[in-house]
Design a protein around this ligand. Structure first.
Ligand SMILES: Cc1ncc(COP(=O)(O)O)c(C=O)c1O
Length: 364
């Protein structure tokens, strides 16, 4: 790329980054249907990520190795881990598939809580991997003792999602640390921390501390949630270099150049991350208060969604919401009397609360 090209790209990038957050500022009219069904973060991409995406386009004709190296270096610095402990994926979803493939190639079984984020287990079952699903406890949290009891000599992988999707609940950091320490001698422990940046302070603890030096724990993170880059498909794992080495040959898609550039820039966009986190937590609290006022119970939420019990058949609730312009979560068996509702923008949350009141027959 010539210097002129680079300058033109930069000018374009700066111009675009200066644009207001279209449809995401407080004044923008709502765009229906409002999608609150996929746990996306509507505030993203942040301004630095937008600029980086545009700047990276001139390298769209190249394979992205140098972008991967740059992102790995940025993650290594932020998380204080060696680069050889980091693996990138086309979303953390790809890493979940690779972990299922690894378990299959070793002829082993998977243990997990249920319901949880099912991508790893679903893909594993397609390959014929046996899956043991352990019911959540009465507070809809992982039942760690029961999960530990499900592990036997044929278990190759234990999947823990903290905070859990779809319930939004967490287990205590101390309990999970102890669980990981004990289980890691028996199987690879995968701790999926897709929503860790959205917890209330102190609610639980990241297991990255453990993945930094423990042999058999891998922590997964994604740029799809707090960073608001779901469509750009970048996630990462932190684990032992031997695990990372075993996973690499199973990679099917390497992350794309704009996604890698956006992720690296977003990591450094502390202002965007701070403001986004504050907005999502505040709107999550508002959603909970509205549920309280309407007598709707919900699991204590620590992600960008609330798992609520609307008090009617889920399909009837979804249909009523659809009529009012809102797409809400699908059924998560066996908890089919609950609905998972993603926290949208502030204006979307206000509109959703109005719709919820209407569906519950409360006059505004
Ligand atoms: C718990 C959890 N893990 C992983 C993912 C996959 O995210 P992605 O593939 O976009 O990184 C999701 C997506 O919703 C999720 O909820």
């Amino acid at each position: 790329m010539t210097e002129l090209d680079r300058r033109q790209a930069l000018a374009l990038a700066l111009g675009l980054a200066a644009l207001p957050l279209r449809a995401r500022d407080a004044e923008a009219p709502l765009q229906y249907p409002i999608r609150l069904s996929f746990n996306e973060n509507p505030w993203g991409p942040g301004p630095k990520a937008r600029a980086a995406i545009v700047e990276s386009l001139v390298d769209g004709s190249r394979y992205g190795a140098q972008y991967s190296t740059r992102l790995i270096a940025a993650i290594a610095k932020q998380e204080a881990v060696a680069p050889e402990r980091i693996i990138l994926g086309s979303g953390s979803g790809e890493l979940l598939h690779m972990l299922a493939l690894l378990t299959h190639s070793r002829g082993r079984a998977i243990s997990c809580a249920w319901p949880t984020f099912g991508q790893l287990m679903g893909f594993g079952e397609q390959l014929g991997v046996p899956v043991r699903r352990i019911a959540l406890d009465a507070q809809l949290r992982h039942d760690l003792p029961a999960l530990a009891a499900s592990v036997s000599s044929d278990t190759g992988l234990i999947y823990v999602c903290n905070p859990n999707n779809p319930t939004g609940t967490v287990v205590s950091g101390a309990a999970l640390l102890e669980f990981c320490r004990q289980m890691a001698s028996k199987a690879l422990v995968v701790v999926d921390e897709a929503y860790m940046d959205l917890i209330e302070p102190g609610a639980t603890t990241s297991m990255i501390e453990l993945a930094r030096n423990h042999s058999n724990v891998i922590v997964l993170r994604t740029f799809s949630k707090i960073h608001g880059l779901a469509g750009l498909r970048v996630g990462y794992g932190i684990g032992h270099p031997d695990t990372i080495k075993a996973l690499r040959p199973l990679q099917m898609v390497s992350p794309n150049v704009p996604g890698l550039a956006a992720a690296a820039a977003s990591l450094g966009d502390t202002e965007f991350l701070r403001v986004t986190g504050e907005r999502l937590r505040a709107d999550r609290r508002r959603l909970c208060e509205a549920c309280d006022a309407l007598g709707i119970s919900y699991a204590p939420p620590q992600g960008n969604f609330v798992f609520m019990k609307p008090g009617m058949e889920l399909e009837a609730f979804r249909a009523a919401m659809k009529q009012l312009g809102f797409e809400v979560g699908r059924p998560f068996a066996p908890l089919t009397d609950y609905c998972r509702v993603t926290v949208g923008t502030t204006a979307e949350t206000t509109a959703f609360i109005q719709a919820l009141r209407q569906v519950k027959g409360v006059r505004s």
